[in-house]
Design a protein around this ligand. Sequence first.
Ligand SMILES: Cc1cc2nc3c(=O)[nH]c(=O)nc-3n(C[C@H](O)[C@H](O)[C@H](O)COP(=O)(O)OP(=O)(O)OC[C@H]3O[C@@H](n4cnc5c(N)ncnc54)[C@H](O)[C@@H]3O)c2cc1C
Length: 272
Amino acid sequence: MPLEVRSTPTLAEAASLLQAERAARFLAGGTLVVRAVNEGDVSFSTIVRTSDPAFTRLRTAGGRIELGAGVTMAQILASRELAFLHPAARSVGGPAVRTMATVGGNLFAPHPYGDFATALLALDARIRLASGFGAREVSLEELLRGRERTPRPLVASLSFERPADPAAFRFRKMTRTRPKGPAVLTIAAWLPLSGGRVSGARVAFGAMAATPIRARAVERALEGRPLSAEGVAVAVAAAAGEGDPPTDPIASAWYRQRVVGVILRRLLLGEP
Ligand SMILES: Cc1cc2nc3c(=O)[nH]c(=O)nc-3n(C[C@H](O)[C@H](O)[C@H](O)COP(=O)(O)OP(=O)(O)OC[C@H]3O[C@@H](n4cnc5c(N)ncnc54)[C@H](O)[C@@H]3O)c2cc1C
């Protein structure tokens, strides 16, 4: 089947094209879209891309960090200001994939992918959607809940508050193959402390449901507790009840539920 490629100078035009044509797919880094084309996927007949400079812009000055959706994992790794996000960016595929893979594409990558999206969820990222009629903002959680609807929303950029203490952000990915591989599960956590106790934690799990999710019961159990073996015990016990992990060739749902508490405990206690 012939495939039409439409290049647009602005995100708004790209969004209009995607809204008008249901059989169109947006192309960012292409690590998944081009693979689908090569594998003979005929569910789309048009590819839409954009050369809008805002799409690849990275702003790290000021109180909020803003990433164009077309910013790549390699760009994140090249930014010293974003050092706290390097473990998350480095966890996405190998070097060749990271050169192309974008932060926007990661929000739509199917299970068990979405490692960077998991990190963004713990940072409470806001998502700016482009449309022919102007932009609007949604929370990342809201985007993830509706990401399969058609026409698909076009993510222009995302932003999150600059962490006052980057050490309060933690990230772990468990894989079966090292140093890279699809996730058995991924955990990202924002763990600010006040007087030695957790205050306002955000914890996100990747590969524990169809999309990355917030682990709300874990967050509630951490509130007001110190990050000690005793302090985290209730949160660790709550971890297995979060999400509805799929069984796939990487791991069974049963295994994911068994191991999530172990990885969470290590992350919270800062153990290797
Ligand atoms: C060998 C290999 C290893 C990988 N390993 C990992 C891994 O370890 N962890 C991981 O998380 N992922 C992994 N991936 C998946 C993928 O590379 C990443 O998730 C990547 O971030 C996807 O971004 P992309 O720009 O390449 O997306 P694309 O392939 O361009 O697009 C992917 C999907 O997202 C949609 N999309 C892209 N950008 C936008 C946007 N701005 N707005 C709306 N929709 C959009 C596209 O239409 C498409 O449906 C791997 C892929 C491969 C091929």
